[in-house]
Design a protein around this ligand. Structure first.
Ligand code: CUA
Length: 313
């Protein structure tokens, strides 16, 4: 058991989490109770009424009205409780409050693209204010993904050619895991993200800072922020270690072997090409799993990333 009376559950970080857990535990403990009762009685009856040479076979009982009514009515009440409770929760979750902040979320092979209410895009990350309803408008660019934040107890399939919606209201500032929970191919496990729940103050600061280079930072510093915020960090290390993609350490100005056998020098054009059309020039020894960032990064953003990569000596 942890602090909020749950077993092996993430923290309850949204307004609906405790209700979802309560229903879950009602079903869990109900099933546990009947499992133990039925197995224990079965074992008891098998031993108590087992056939022995001195025991005669009795005629079987075929009908017992009070007993049959009991085993019909009690389970019916129990499943109706589960149904009504679950349906009320489902309806509550289906209709977002009118004052919700709207976020557009796109699932694609293999990342989450999130646009906040101001239209600022980020990858595998979203920042939301605490104690304010947030509505998600979900779509997919290719196949079925599923948006899942365990701490909020919300999960919704993300489907091509239609919008799905979902909402939550976070109750505790902090960082919470975001998963794709529908197996969607080679890069499924890289569709990991974080939901940052910000305090009122942090939220104000986020709104001022988000979107573009700040006057007080260099291009390379802005590039580092993009490297972290647009999820490059998930697959590209800075210390030379091999992750899903090649490390950025010491690559600029050097030649690399490509999967097709050719060699190329890592310069501004190669970096830009690799961001916009990642599958066109894959480095030997790596899978072509990187998604395109076309439309997600402006030409200025790419300049900043190039400057940042240049600095990784
Ligand atoms: Cu997207 Cu799994």
């Amino acid at each position: 058991m942890n602090g909020n009376g749950t077993i092996q559950m993430p923290p309850q970080a949204s307004t609906i989490a405790s209700d979802v857990d309560a229903l879950y535990y009602f079903i869990f403990w109900g099933c546990t109770f009947f499992f133990v009762l039925i197995v224990a009685l079965s074992i008891f009856f098998i031993i108590r009424y087992r056939r022995t040479p001195d025991r005669e076979l009795k005629p079987r009982a075929y009908h017992n009205t009070p007993l049959e009514l009991t085993w019909t009515i009690v389970p019916t009440i129990l499943v109706m409780v589960v149904f009504v409770w679950g349906f009320k929760g489902f309806m509550h979750l289906s209709v977002a409050p009118a004052n919700s902040l709207e976020y557009h979320v796109t699932g694609k092979r293999w990342l989450w693209e999130v646009r906040d209410p101001n239209g600022v895009a980020s990858v595998n990350e979203m920042s939301v204010p605490v104690n304010q309803p947030v509505k998600l408008i979900l779509k997919s660019e290719d196949l079925i993904h599923s948006f899942f934040v365990p701490a909020f107890r919300i999960k919704q399939d993300v489907i091509p050619n239609r919008y799905n919606t979902m909402w939550f209201e976070a109750t505790m500032p902090g960082d919470y895991d975001l998963f794709c929970t529908e197996y969607c191919g080679t890069g499924h496990s890289t569709m990991l993200g974080k939901v940052h729940v910000l305090t009122e103050e942090e939220w104000k600061e986020y709104q001022e800072k988000s979107g573009g280079k700040q006057p007080d930072e260099t291009l390379a510093e802005y590039g580092r922020r993009l490297y972290q915020g647009r999820a490059c960090v998930t697959c590209h290390s800075l210390d030379g270690s091999k992750m899903t993609g090649p490390s950025f350490q010491g690559i600029f100005g050097h030649e690399v072997d490509l999967a097709d056998g050719s060699r190329v020098t890592v310069d501004e054009n190669y970096i830009r090409q690799s961001i916009m059309e990642p599958k066109s020039q894959v480095v030997a020894g790596f899978e072509p799993v990187m998604p395109t960032y076309t439309g997600l990064l402006s030409p200025d953003d790419i300049d900043a990333l190039v400057e940042f990569i240049k600095e990784q000596k």
